[in-house]
Design a protein. Structure first.
Length: 411
């Protein structure tokens, strides 16, 4: 059975652990199709790909050119039936990890891949995908089909779905779930293509989520361990979690100790950073920045990999710092430095509003590619906001301060 993974630059560091686990544990390999971008090639060149892997470039799908990064990956998953070579194919994300020997048969029950569904629960976060998905389909979706992330598609069903419903309509609409759409469509029109399961005891799931637990699906537990999930074949981490990568390595190596008595494939945690483009930041594009969400809100650590001009004096970073509606005295602590032992760091406390951090460029960094790290203090959670992230600041701009050329003498 073919596998499909849609990735982008910030998730490549997680993707490499998925690939390591797939290569080690998955035994019935057909093709592995990795959807990526041409501009991420330098990052992927640093990742060891399984021998059965091939890269599929977003740029080969012109419809996604002007779409939001989120809706791009929805569209590409729905269109992945155009590149696979097997009737059934499994879609996973970069933050999935196999933790025990697995084959195609483990994802099937009575000869069919299992697709899980259940009734909706009032107030649960997945409801945010329901209205948009129903509008896309023009029909009520009475069950949650995007529940257990064990998503095996049938190529012919996916093809028919994209014939009846133009997948381009999913672009620039961030209220649709591709798995909710496919699950509903397959259950209604092709019920024999899958074993649709409501009872987990009949066909126990192979995949389990880490930190995407009801009711809020963002219950972050840093103490989670492999031993809690050892009965499953695969786990899916929350990619926005700051500990996702270190936990993936921990789970992967602990699983090998149990199954093989030693670590056969050590997890590779060497930093991977894509070059930060100031023009992209200034135009509101943040998807490739490590430590930033796609909308520019920063996490606790922001890594900016910069091609520093020869004459740069400083880096100017514009931040929009929000007001805390619960604690009006809240302010944001931040420290910044180029990643070099001899470089000095600056430490500031930022009040709400548009703020600019100026970081002097060391002489040794001029004309070099260097990593600038920003460490942020505690953010806040707004109980009235359905967005459950911790808010710190939104990246609003980046530029280099360079010497102003003197006018010619006599003018």
């Amino acid at each position: 059975m073919d596998f499909v993974v849609v990735t982008h630059a910030p998730d490549v560091k997680l993707l490499r652990h998925f690939l390591e686990s797939y290569d080690l544990y998955y035994s019935t390999k057909d093709r592995l199709h990795i959807f990526t971008s041409v501009r991420d090639q330098a990052l992927l060149d640093q990742v060891k790909l399984p021998s059965n892997a091939s890269l599929v470039y977003r740029e080969d799908f012109p419809a996604v050119a002007e779409a939001t990064p989120f809706s791009q990956q929805l569209y590409l998953k729905l269109m992945s039936h155009t590149v696979v070579t097997t009737d059934y194919f499994c879609i996973m994300d970069s933050d999935f990890l196999f933790i025990r020997p697995t084959s195609d048969a483990d994802l099937f029950y009575k000869g069919k891949p299992v697709w899980y569904y259940r009734t909706w629960i009032d107030g649960e976060p997945p409801l945010r995908w329901r209205a948009g998905s129903e509008a896309f389909l023009g029909s009520n979706i009475n069950h949650l089909y995007a529940w257990i992330p064990q998503f095996v598609f049938h190529r012919s069903v996916a093809l028919e779905l994209t014939k009846r419903y133009d997948p381009r309509r999913i672009l620039n609409d961030d209220t649709i779930s591709e798995f909710l759409v496919y699950g509903w469509f397959a259950h209604r029109y092709y019920p024999d293509a899958h074993f649709f399961a409501r009872d987990l005891d009949v066909a126990p799931p192979v995949v389990r989520t880490v930190n995407q637990i009801p009711p809020d699906y963002c219950h972050l537990d840093p103490s989670v361990s492999y031993q809690q999930f050892r009965g499953h074949h695969c786990v899916a981490f929350w990619s926005h979690w700051d500990l996702a990568e270190s936990k993936m390595v921990e789970f992967f190596e602990d699983s090998q100790r149990e199954h093989f008595g030693r670590v056969q494939v050590p997890g590779n945690s060497e930093p991977l950073y894509t070059t930060t483009d100031p023009e992209a930041i200034n135009s509101g594009e943040y998807g490739d920045i490590d430590g930033s969400f796609a909308d520019g809100w920063v996490k606790d650590v922001l890594h900016l990999s910069l091609d520093v001009p020869d004459d740069a004096l400083s880096v100017e970073i514009d931040l929009d710092v929000p007001s805390n509606p619960i604690d009006h005295s809240w302010s944001l602590a931040v420290s910044a430095s180029f990643q070099q032992p001899s470089d000095e760091s600056i430490a500031l406390v930022l009040e709400p509003g548009r703020r600019t951090i100026s970081v002097a460029v060391p002489r040794s960094a001029r004309g070099q590619r260097r990593l600038l790290d920003l460490h942020f203090g505690h953010g806040f959670n707004d109980p009235l906001n359905p967005d459950r992230r911790d808010f710190r600041a939104r990246l609003a701009g980046l530029q280099f301060d360079r010497p102003t050329a003197s006018p010619p003498v006599g003018l």
